[in-house]
Write a protein that binds this ligand. Structure first.
Ligand code: AMP
Length: 249
């Protein structure tokens, strides 16, 4: 069984985003980029399933500019066997990515596609669900445990009241939650090995997909700056301020 793992390259989670002066988006020029953290968890899970003998091949996919090759090399250093870059310099919204992934699902026929539950740059939480709909496959989102046996996957999800377990027939689409696993540390020998693994490049047109954006960003603004705090000498002053100035009690 093959497992397809879509990985998105985005602004590193440790970097504070800077809004472009014209409000058209986030300024990524010269910024540190890395793999979406939920996708690292997805790659780790796929590699663990291969190590258990459940999967035979793990294929990482990224849709975006040439620089996504770096992200794919990281996925291969974690343990993915090969990678596919769907190369495009255009903005790729979740629907476009889902259509590209659907074309790759048709081509590669994976038993599982494991995506991140959301990309931490746009917080869309849409791509996995859209892919499931387009491909007509069952989906189990926000997985905190994945067990695969007998052509089925049992997915545990953390819901408000406790744990929910879902069974889906393979092939299926799964998205990862934070506590599914802790991705392994990428070692230097594995980084070197990853350089020799196959990385194929295709263009959206070769997959027959129109990636034109369907949603227009009107404006991106910085969150309002927090004012400086004040120190109060005692509880009585605090209560008085909450009552008379903030008027919250
Ligand atoms: P989103 O729907 O944008 O929150 O993204 C959810 C998941 O879809 C991510 O965690 C990735 O697994 C996948 N994904 C989104 N955009 C891309 C992309 N450009 N290339 C590869 N995978 C992507």
């Amino acid at each position: 069984m093959k497992i397809l793992v879509p990985v998105k390259r985005l602004l590193d989670y440790n970097v504070k985003p800077r809004v472009k002066s014209d409000g058209s988006g986030i300024d990524l020029a010269g910024a540190k980029m890395s793999m979406n953290p939920f996708d690292e968890i997805a790659v780790e899970e796929a590699v663990r399933l291969k190590e258990k003998g459940v999967a035979t091949e793990v294929i990482a996919v990224s849709c975006g500019p040439t620089a996504c090759q770096e992200t794919l090399r990281t996925a291969m250093a974690i343990g993915a066997d090969r990678a596919i870059l769907v190369e495009s310099a255009d903005e790729l919204q979740p629907l476009a990515v889902a259509k590209l992934l659907k074309a790759l699902v048709d081509k590669e026929q994976p038993g599982l596609v494991i995506l991140g539950k959301q990309a931490i740059d746009d917080d869309c939480n849409q791509t996995g669900q859209m892919l499931a709909a387009l491909a007509g496959l069952p989906q189990a989102t926000f997985a905190s445990k994945v067990e695969v046996a007998d052509g089925k996957a049992v997915i545990t999800r953390e819901v408000d009241g406790g744990l929910e377990r879902l069974e889906v027939k393979l092939p299926a689409i799964v998205t990862t939650d934070l506590r599914l696993n802790e991705p392994r540390y990428v070692t230097l020998p594995n980084i070197m090995k990853a350089k020799k693994k196959t990385l194929d490049i295709v263009k959206p047109a070769e997959l027959g997909v129109d990636v034109a954006p369907r949603i227009k960003t009107l404006k991106v603004v910085e969150p309002p700056k927090r004012g400086a705090g004040v120190k109060v000498p005692d509880v009585a002053t605090l209560v008085a301020k909450l009552k008379n100035e903030a008027k919250v009690i």
